[in-house]
Design a protein around this ligand. Structure first.
Ligand code: HEM
Ligand code: SF4
Length: 605
């Protein structure tokens, strides 16, 4: 795991102290709420529908067990609303029949961050001190800057890896953190890097996607993609550099972000992302970047060239744990009842991935289960993850794009013991990459921008698909749910995508099919296509079922859901989805009104 330097530590602690001072002044009435707002947002503190939301950065998704225990402590001791907030939240949700609130959780996001939904602002300084004690913070988790740089969750351990992206992500983290030129970009800016042949980081959906590749001469470099994004205009990024030598990546990014900073639209919030600039300008944007890059190299003297010594220094901070050298390849046979064998074999198939080191495996802990929102983990589950990491993975964990946790250093011989322990903890469901391993945003339960709730839709579909035989028969299916067009739940890239839409203030859902995040089984990254007018909340599980039943009827042996749609065409699926509308009249539920004050903060998210 990367070890922060004293510089980083000092900086994070100083930031926490600065926040305490700002908070105290705000509570004493000498720093107004309006003046406090941009300051707290810079540390990841947003006011959401009912309470402050804290977003904590997890650089390239790597967490130590010590960090995980602090997150568990925050969930346990701080993720609780005060009485007034609790009563307001329960009161507001009464129309939905809500009788209890999911408090005491951490929430893993698709961009490898962790969010908390209920921490009272008065306690925020204590929480920041706790985070700083394990080198964590919320810097650049909001606003129009370069956000947390994400990577493949299996970075550094993946069997299909060309080169480890983490040292580059770390070097870019240092470059982009508090970079004054990029502190006020036209809009937020998200970079994802992969060093593997399979894209597990949805790179083509990012503002910048970097792929580590080798040239025909064997030289290491980057393929550079720009201008991907979701929102109301889904765009797959454009390839702007087929090959850039790795040493030049910061000089090139400096040029690329500079051109965006200069030409990106600041007049219209919805047209401000780099995807709009790249789409509008096409080749002209690419030419501008190349010209700026030449200037950075020839006029400025290529100041950000990464030397071999610097790459070696940073790479050395990612030393694999000692067990990596000793591990044996064999998986010990396991003595269990025959009916449990099926569960164990399925877990090996879905949750256990090959590793660079043949004696090791990368194991995903599934956080997707009945009664819990996708990506949520309560304090005990977070502590259990830390315990499992200590016992089986050299004390290290990763946050995955699909909102699960991964143990990257598991000895093959320890798999049976891990399976037993993870099963006891309820984290060994073999649904990884299957239908119920869905992505969902917080939606209307928490988010001030939502048109509809995501969590009850996720829950209803999870409830319908509890039969593991059925799930495995359906195979790998990405179901993605967003509560509004901001697309935090990545509905555009779902094989099945569900989007909350507003009709007369009521909750409705648009369903699309055939999208892809660009990972191996989904094919090229692409947005899904809408199957028809929006459905009511009660209809959605039936619509999903109709789509999957259609697949089961028409699929060829071994054919994936997306391939089947491509072969037989959208119309058959459209017809099935629309036939699943309920005939009897039913009233859709009202969404809570969007409140201008909350929405202002949410726009920064
Ligand atoms: C309640 C908390 C949240 C709020 C208020 C919020 C708000 C927003 C907004 C306003 C955008 C659009 C920005 C733009 O297009 O310029 C956005 C994008 C995004 N959010 Fe969230 N978000 C929240 C939680 C989350 C969570 C939990 C996740 C992960 C599960 C997430 C993942 C994303 C991603 C990946 C995008 C980028 C989509 C794109 O490419 O355009 N967000 N969010
Ligand atoms: S997609 Fe919309 S509802 Fe969901 S978290 Fe993002 S902004 Fe909120």
């Amino acid at each position: 795991m990367y070890q922060y330097t004293d510089f980083d530590r000092h900086f994070i602690r100083a930031r926490a102290a600065q926040h305490r001072d700002q908070l105290e002044r705000n509570l004493a009435g000498t720093l107004s709420d309006d003046d406090f707002r941009p300051l707290r947002l810079q540390n990841g503190w947003y006011i959401q529908r009912y309470a402050p939301m804290l977003r904590v950065a997890v650089p390239y998704g790597e967490l130590s067990s010590a960090q995980m225990r602090v997150l568990a402590r925050i969930a346990r001791e701080y993720d609780h609303p005060n009485k007034e907030v609790f009563e307001r939240a329960i009161g507001a949700q009464a129309a939905w029949g809500t009788t209890h609130l999911p408090v005491g959780f951490g929430h893993f996001s698709t961009r490898q961050n962790v969010q908390f939904n209920w921490i009272p602002m008065a306690k925020s300084a204590d929480v920041m001190d706790l985070l700083a004690s394990v080198d964590m913070h919320g810097i650049q988790t909001s606003g129009n800057c370069i956000r947390n740089i994400t990577t493949d969750e299996r970075a550094g351990v993946a069997a299909d890896e060309i080169a480890d992206p983490r040292p580059f992500a770390e070097i870019l983290r240092q470059w982009s953190t508090l970079h004054p030129e990029f502190a006020f970009l036209p809009r937020k800016f998200k970079i994802a890097i992969t060093g593997a042949t399979e894209d597990r980081a949805a790179t083509r959906w990012h503002d910048v996607g970097l792929h580590l590749v080798r040239s025909s001469e064997g030289e290491l470099g980057f393929k550079v993609f720009v201008g991907g994004g979701m929102g109301r205009t889904p765009v797959i990024s454009t390839l702007i550099r087929e090959f850039l030598p790795w040493a030049q990546i910061m000089n090139y990014l400096e040029a690329l972000v500079r051109v965006y900073n200069r030409w990106g639209r600041r007049d219209n919030l919805y047209k401000a992302r780099i995807k709009i600039l790249v789409k509008a300008q096409g080749q002209r944007y690419i030419d501008e970047v190349e010209a700026e890059y030449r200037d950075v190299v020839e006029v400025d003297g290529a100041p950000h060239t990464i030397s071999q010594a610097e790459l070696d220094r940073v790479s050395a901070c990612f030393v694999p744990p000692a067990l990596a050298q000793q591990a044996q390849g064999a998986i010990k046979p396991i003595v269990i009842a025959a009916d449990r064998q099926v569960a164990y074999q399925r877990w090996l198939q879905q949750n256990v991935a090959a590793h660079k080191n043949p004696g090791l495996r990368a194991v995903t802990l599934s956080y997707k289960r009945l009664g819990q929102a996708p990506g949520d983990a309560d304090a005990d589950q977070l502590d259990t993850a830390a315990d499992l990491a200590d016992a089986f993975s050299a004390g290290e964990l990763r946050v995955t794009h699909d909102q699960n946790l991964l143990l990257p250093w598991v000895r093959a011989e320890d798999l049976p013991a891990l399976w037993v322990e993870a099963t006891h903890a309820g984290l060994a469901r073999s649904n990884v990459r299957l239908l119920t391993d869905m992505i969902a945003c917080p939606g209307g339960d928490f988010c001030a921008l939502a048109n509809a709730r995501s969590i009850p839709i996720a829950a209803a579909i999870t409830e319908r698909y509890q039969d593991m035989d059925e799930l495995h028969d359906l195979g790998e299916i990405d179901l993605h749910i967003s509560g509004c067009i901001n697309s935090c739940g990545h509905h555009h890239s779902g094989h099945i995508g569900i989007l909350g839409v507003d009709k007369d203030g009521k909750e409705w859902y648009q369903v699309s099919v055939g999208g892809s995040d660009g990972s191996a089984l989904s094919g090229e990254a692409t947005p899904g296509k809408i199957v028809g007018p929006a459905f009511g909340a009660l209809e959605v599980p039936g619509v999903v079922e109709a789509l999957l039943d259609t697949y089961r009827v028409y699929r060829h042996s071994g054919e994936t859901f997306v391939d089947c749609i491509q072969r037989i065409g959208l119309d058959t699926f459209k017809a099935a989805a629309n036939a699943a509308r309920l005939n009897e009249k039913h009233e859709e539920l009202h969404m809570l009104p969007k409140h201008a004050n909350f929405a202002k903060d949410a726009q920064e998210a």
